[in-house]
Design a protein around this ligand. Structure first.
Ligand code: ADP
Ligand code: MG
Length: 697
């Protein structure tokens, strides 16, 4: 930033690290790898953990399974390879003729940290192994000469990078805190700190880096975690305000007569969950501010009918409705469903996709502009088409997670804003939904329509392969269809496509030789994919050999068997989505996952999948298994990652931050009051762009 700042404190905080005492250009380069460029970055470079050296005890006083810290000298270091990618690092520590062995599995790189003769501090859970104490994966800290007197302290443990040691990092942060902490602005008004029991920033920054005791450490952390979540929630609340309360739309009121007319068109009874979702949607629609709602429900839970209900309500109120789907196949499917429902009704449906001729498109757009077409279904081609509606009352986005980044305001008619309904089949854990989609109101469908057949899920052992393929072939011979999913290779579609190609090669010359197979992967052209999906839909192809990108939403009820290879590489939510492909019809589904679960975590994932078919339950579990620090979805949504808050661990603070943010914004939608000025800057600097809430005004 080259704009001169009127704020000398801020200028000082922006001092590049290389000018700090003891840094210089060489070390500055290394710090840059940790995203530390200025004094300010260092102040907010928080410890990832702490080591309490106040309870260091002699080895002789250790008690089985009771966490403790010890100090000793490294006697001997051994690194054994125990298989591909597997190793055991053992470090023997001596203190007063007592010995303890620290072990690390599969972390050979740690070896470099331990030299014979160095003094180390270890914290962990001791277990007695034979005659000697052992600690598996303890927190380890190499003590330097300068740190001789460590009595009575809780030491911070920072994330490190090659070439910077813990001791050096501690000293650097410590000096920076001493010298610069007074320059930090308190962004929260004093009254707010008091009311919410938050530690003031100068004290908190000091306590988070070198705490006096556990209580003040926790209070300091709480302050920064809460602040980070509050800033996020304020941004979302501002966005929510900007998209709803400050806009106007045409109210779409639904009375008993209209409700009855719509329901008569639907060939089945709505489930309780669907009725609940319809009630939430219709309440929003009746208002003169736009609805901004997400409808989430597992694959096959019956979201479409809720959307169609809303679209028909819009038509009944004299306006138009549009629905956008991520693929042409899906758009056509929706148009077909609507066509069937509306066979007796006087409603005109248009279908806009990329494959229309110019002339067809012109005609369709003219009919949309005149209002003749009341319901428009389409793909992303709708966005490119600059459609003019006569009176657009409602926009539905299906499978919104497939569109990636938030896009809205793309379909808009002059004057009033349409109501918005976005649908997603990826169940989202509550805390994630509150953070990534906190600007949306959420409706969830958790029960499946009646009559669904279960999917049987097996975790296949290698020696059962032949038996499983025999079963797979039997199903195909009975006239059913199947999927085979290739292992994930990496994040690039290139690697995955190659792995699917390989699998195709071996199946068509082996296990599935006698059947009609076809390949589907992300690197094929759109036409090839559409063609393949159509053939599969029509039953011309018996088995699809595919990457994990089996097209969303496609409903081929006749497909009932699925093999997943390399199951340990998939996330739980992803496996569940894949399984969703074979739970759509009146036949029971059968899934076999072959996997080499290297970690306990992936074994746990697979077992959970075999046990539960509830997508929400699995999503929560997946989220928990990923552990703290996982940035689930933030990057994908173009949002800056959280630095200190952890959505699982801090779920309670998140709720609080959300409630507080919403009440602040309700009273002062633009954070215009002078007392919010600094906080407002922070909100807009951090989220102005990613959440499209505007630049700092
Ligand atoms: P998704 O939530 O994945 O979009 P769909 O809306 O496509 O699910 O619904 C899946 C199938 O369930 C469709 O064939 C639909 O007709 C059927 N369905 C939806 N709701 C009900 C219901 N209440 N009773 C019976 N069948 C239903
Ligand atoms: Mg759907």
């Amino acid at each position: 930033m080259s704009t001169p700042s009127a704020n000398p404190s801020l200028e000082r905080l922006r001092t590049p690290v290389q000018y700090l005492k003891g840094v210089g250009p060489h070390r500055a380069e290394k710090l840059a790898r940790l995203n530390i460029f200025t004094a300010l970055d260092l102040l907010f470079f928080f410890p990832r953990d702490y080591q309490d050296v106040r309870d260091v005890i002699p080895i002789a006083q250790l008690v089985e399974d009771e966490p403790a810290s010890i100090i000793g000298i490294v006697e001997e270091v051994t690194l054994r390879n125990t298989g591909p990618g597997r190793s055991i690092l053992g470090v023997l520590i001596r203190s007063d003729d007592q010995y303890l062995r620290a072990v690390w599995f599969n972390q050979p790189f740690l070896r470099r940290r331990f030299n014979e003769g160095t003094r180390v501090l270890l914290s962990g859970k001791p277990t007695m192994n034979g005659l000697r104490w052992e600690m598996a994966h303890p927190i380890a800290d190499v003590l330097e000469e300068a740190q001789e007197e460590i009595g009575g302290k809780i030491l911070p443990i920072y994330p490190l990078t090659e070439g910077i040691r813990q001791g050096a990092m501690r000293r650097l942060v410590h000096l920076t805190v001493e010298e610069y902490r007074k320059e930090i602005e308190e962004v929260l008004p004093q009254s707010f700190l008091d009311e919410h029991g938050l530690m003031p920033v100068h004290h908190a920054i000091q306590q988070i880096h070198s705490p006096d005791d556990h209580e003040s450490k926790a209070a300091a952390q709480r302050r920064f975690i809460y602040q980070e979540l509050l800033v996020l929630q304020l941004a979302l609340a501002v966005r929510r305000y900007q998209l709803t309360a400050s806009r106007h739309s045409l109210p779409i009121p639904i009375d008993g007569r209209i409700d009855d007319r719509i329901r008569r068109l639907i060939p089945f009874e709505l489930t309780e969950a669907q009725n609940q979702a319809v009630a939430e949607v219709t309440q929003d629609l009746a208002r003169d501010v736009p609805m901004n709602r997400m409808l989430q429900g597992d694959v096959g839970s019956g979201k479409t009918i809720v959307a169609l209900y809303a679209m028909l309500a819009a038509v009944a109120a004299g306006s138009q409705a549009a629905m956008m789907a991520p693929t042409e196949v899906l758009a056509r499917q929706h148009a077909r469903t609507l066509g069937k429902l509306l066979a007796q009704a006087q409603v005109k449906v248009g279908l806009l996709t990329g494959t229309l001729t110019d002339r067809q498109r012109r005609e369709l757009l003219a009919e949309v502009a005149s209002g003749e077409v009341q319901l428009l279904i389409g793909t992303q081609a709708m966005i490119a088409s600059q459609i003019e509606f006569k009176q657009l009352g409602l926009v539905v986005i299906d499978e919104q997670h497939k569109f990636g980044v938030r896009q809205r305001g793309l379909l808009r008619s002059a004057g009033l804003d349409p109501h918005y309904l976005v649908m997603t089949a990826t169940p989202i854990p509550r805390t994630i939904a509150m953070s990534l989609f906190g600007d949306l109101d959420v409706s969830s469908i958790r029960e499946a329509p009646p009559g669904r057949q279960p999917v049987h899920t097996y975790i296949g052992a290698e020696e059962e392969r032949e038996k499983w393929w025999e079963f797979f072939r039997k199903k195909l011979r009975e006239g059913r269809q199947g999927y085979v999913v290739a292992p994930l290779v990496d994040e690039s579609s290139t690697g995955d496509s190659a792995s699917a190609e390989q699998l195709m090669e071996s199946l068509s010359n082996g296990e599935l030789e006698e059947f009609r197979l076809r390949l589907l992967h992300g690197r094929m052209s759109a036409e090839e994919k559409e063609e393949t999906m159509r053939l599969f839909n029509d039953g011309e192809i018996q088995t699809l050999v595919s990457t994990s990108v089996i097209e969303v939403g496609v409903d081929v009820p006749n497909a009932v068997v699925m093999t997943i290879e390399g199951g340990e590489r998939f996330g739980l939510a992803q496996l569940h989505q894949l399984r969703g492909r074979i739970s759509r019809g009146s036949h029971a589904g059968f899934l076999c996952i072959f996997a080499d679960p290297k970690s306990d975590q992936s074994r746990e994932r697979l077992e959970a999948l075999a046990k539960s078919t509830d997508g929400f339950e699995l999503a929560e579990l997946d989220f928990r298994l990923r552990g703290p620090g996982d940035l689930f979805g933030f990057k994908q949504h173009g949002m800056p990652p959280l630095r200190i808050a952890d959505l699982q661990r801090d779920a309670e603070l998140l709720e609080k931050a959300r409630t507080d943010a919403r009440s602040i914004i309700a009273a002062d939608p633009a954070l215009a009051d002078a007392k919010w000025e600094k906080l407002r800057r922070m909100v807009f600097i951090r989220y102005g762009k990613s959440l499209e809430i505007g630049d700092l005004a």
